[in-house]
Design a protein around this ligand. Structure first.
Ligand SMILES: Cc1ncc(C[n+]2csc(CCOP(=O)(O)OP(=O)(O)O)c2C)c(N)n1
Length: 336
């Protein structure tokens, strides 16, 4: 399926989705953007240690996909998962506290940026291993099927993961056993500093899944409404028991691979070209144009989100570090 977008389809969707849902999706994207900008700032002040991979530029993907899910569906994240877990509805305070390594964090301060978990939101974790989350997602899909449920497991990964063995093993078994897994490849064009054209023999990543007989589609990853539309279809496919679905979302990260990356492997012009297509600005214009939001609504969201982010930092700063004895808790499923 090629990338498709038409004016009328866009207008139809703008009208079809209730205004309060539009507001929620818009707020979610702005929250992720501001949260990530703050995380970057906190990292530079050494309040956050270790690695830190920001999601800025990719907000429409997680928010669009999440908007098509039910609360009992599952999500498997990557190490670029701050945006993915916030889209899933986790408390920004607990996410920021985790980045600070505090005991009030979503992983009680033991996971950090790359290992955010939230059992309550069925967010099954970030993973530091490229492609390492795909077999786990297949396992979650198997568990859903084994228990006779109709939930779906979304699995996010980057263009780099497509060249890992785990990708192929997971897609094969998911297709063979018709597991309800929605594979979402966030193709942001780079795996660290390597352009996808230098890493993948077939850079048109959607074609890489043809051999597994999996339904697939590409989508403009900077277009929230297009993602939402495709996600509705894809989630329905998975939920109906017809097996997995693969989405390639063509997106872009504005910042370097991690906070340690000055991103000298690409030009400023390239970054600017993508910024012109910014997913938040684009959606904002669509909502204003359709009269769904007005300037006051936009300002209210901005103020509200800034307060949430400020509060999350305050909460993280004031929270204690895990006590030394916590080294021995939550290590095994049962205490030993
Ligand atoms: C199995 C494995 N190999 C290598 C690495 C080092 N590594 C971390 S991120 C990354 C790039 C992955 O890029 P991509 O999958 O496109 O995701 P993105 O960072 O663009 O979101 C690499 C090679 C790793 N963490 N795991």
């Amino acid at each position: 399926m090629a990338i498709t977008r038409s004016r009328t389809a866009e207008e139809e969707l703008l009208q079809k989705i209730p205004p309060e849902e539009h507001l929620q999706m818009y707020r979610s994207m702005v929250l992720i953007r501001r949260f990530e900008e703050m995380a970057g700032k906190m990292y530079m002040q050494a309040a956050i240690g270790g690695f830190c991979h920001l999601y800025i530029g990719q907000e429409a993907v997680a928010v669009g996909i999440q908007s098509a899910l039910r609360p009992d569906d599952y999500v498997m994240g990557t190490y670029r998962e701050h945006g993915q877990i916030l889209a899933a509805g986790s408390d920004p305070k607990a996410v920021m506290a985790e980045l600070f390594g505090k005991v009030t964090g979503v992983s009680r301060g033991k996971g950090g940026s790359m290992h955010l978990f939230d059992r309550e939101k069925n967010f099954m974790g970030g993973t530091a291993i490229v492609g390492g989350n795909l077999p786990i997602a297949a396992g979650v899909g198997f568990a859903i099927k084994y228990r006779g449920g109709d939930q779906v497991c979304v699995c996010y990964f980057g263009d780099g993961a497509v060249n890992e063995g785990a990708f192929h093993e997971s897609l094969n078994i998911a297709a063979l056993w018709k597991l309800p897994v929605l594979f979402v490849c966030e193709n942001n064009l780079y795996g660290m500093g390597t352009q996808v054209t230098r890493a993948s023999a077939v850079p048109d990543l959607e074609r890489r899944v043809v051999g597994y007989g999996i339904e697939s589609a590409q989508v403009d990853g900077m277009d929230l409404l297009a993602i939402r539309k495709l996600a509705d279809t894809a989630v329905q496919e998975c939920r109906s028991g017809r097996g997995p679905f693969f989405i390639e979302a063509k997106t872009y990260r504005y910042r370097g691979h991690s906070m340690a990356d000055p991103a000298t492997y690409r030009t400023k012009e390239e970054v600017e070209e993508w910024r012109v297509r910014d997913p938040i600005t684009r959606y904002e214009k669509q909502l204003l144009g359709a009269g769904i939001l007005n300037d006051d609504d936009i300002q209210n969201v901005s103020r509200e989100v800034d307060e949430i982010v400020e509060e999350s930092v305050r909460f993280a700063e004031e929270s204690p570090l895990p006590a030394p004895h916590e080294l021995y808790t939550d290590v095994y499923a049962a205490e030993i």
